[in-house]
Design a protein around this ligand. Structure first.
Ligand code: B12
Ligand code: SF4
Ligand code: SF4
Length: 259
């Protein structure tokens, strides 16, 4: 399979393990009725600290929109799988999908679940995007046990919104969620954003995580080539992770962190 996924870490898990945890969304209709295996693929995106010195958006939004990059890589892999296994179906998913992606990657043995609700890999830390190929073909599972982070609570203590609770993320209170909301933001949220200096998303619960110390940089060259860490109000949103919300939202946030 290395000829299919190249240097990207990947693993297999039984679809049955997540069939009761599917997320309700439109893409659910694309799920195969007789799905057997989820192939989880990791897309590391860490560029190294120097790249983020002038950043005013979250690290995941620094390079070209990951939905575009990962979908291209996953579709190319799915095409190769279709050639090799012509009797089977291979369906690509990323982010906006019925698959609980963190759980899938943990099930495939690729890493552990963080208290910050994110997936953490030994080499790349939590600086990875997750994508999947679902198929009706059986592949032997590569994970056998559920794994949790060291539970140091650094993320819980560092979260400026107190959004990491015993029951997971209080998403309505998470700055990442709030930065994507349309309309006016309450003054206290604008102030929090200004304190963090981040106009899109939030990285605090990842920056403090000891599993991210010494994370390896991405082998995906395109993330380096397209890196634009500092975003100004006249940014061209085309091809950026914040484009789907429209220009007004990122403009509003940039004003908020400058106020
Ligand atoms: C909705 C969403 C958000 C929401 C809510 C996030 C949340 N944690 O609830 C908001 C907008 C806040 C958000 C923010 C971010 N997100 Co987001 N988000 C999603 C999305 C689309 C769905 C998540 C979801 O609803 N899952 C279902 C609910 C039920 O999950 P849950 O409550 O967390 O519980 C799950 C796990 O805890 C796990 N679990 C619980 N108990 C146990 C026990 C065991 C033993 C195991 C194995 C698992 C397990 O299983 C549960 C079900 O999946 C996923 C993509 C996807 N399809 O999965 C991306 C995703 C999770 N997001 C991603 C990213 C990058 C982010 C941000 C880091 C972006 C940023 N820098 O601002 C932040 C991080 C905030 C945070 N600390 O979570 C990546 C995470 C990559 C990674 N390494 O984990 C994903 C996977 C997208 C992708 N394709 O790469 N996100
Ligand atoms: S992304 Fe930011 S606001 Fe959201 S849980 Fe993590 S530290 Fe808290
Ligand atoms: S900071 Fe600590 S508790 Fe939070 S995800 Fe990382 S190891 Fe787990």
């Amino acid at each position: 399979m290395n000829d299919i996924f190249g240097v990207l870490p990947y693993g297999f898990s039984d679809f049955d393990l997540i069939k009761d945890n599917l997320i309700d969304c439109r893409a659910k209709a694309r799920l195969l009725q007789n799905a057997r295996t989820v192939i989880s693929v990791l897309f590391p995106y860490y560029l190294g600290e120097d790249f983020y010195e002038a950043a005013n958006v979250s690290r995941y939004a620094v390079s070209e929109d990951y939905h575009i990059v990962t979908a291209e890589l996953l579709n190319a892999a799915a095409d190769k799988l279709r050639e090799r296994f012509p009797d089977n179906v291979f369906e690509v998913f990323v982010d906006n999908s019925p698959l609980p992606e963190v759980r899938c990657a943990v099930n495939a043995g690729l890493g552990c679940l963080g208290r910050n609700s994110l997936f953490i890999n030994k080499t790349y830390g939590s600086w990875v995007f997750l994508g999947e190929i679902v198929t009706d073909r059986h592949f032997p599972p590569t994970g056998t046990k559920t794994a949790l982070c060291s539970g140091c609570d650094a993320c819980v203590k560092a979260c400026p919104m107190g959004a990491i609770t015993e029951h997971g993320i209080d998403r309505e209170n998470c700055l990442s969620f709030l930065s994507q909301k349309k309309g006016d933001l309450p003054e206290k949220i604008r102030e929090k954003m200004k304190e963090t200096g981040c106009a899109w998303g939030c990285d605090i619960c990842q920056k403090v995580c000891p599993h991210n110390a010494g994370a390896a940089v991405t082998p995906i060259r395109r993330f380096f080539e397209t890196a634009a860490p500092h975003v100004s109000e006249d940014v061209d949103v085309e091809g950026r992770a914040f484009a789907w919300r429209g220009k007004a939202v990122i403009e509003r946030n940039i004003r908020a962190i400058k106020e």
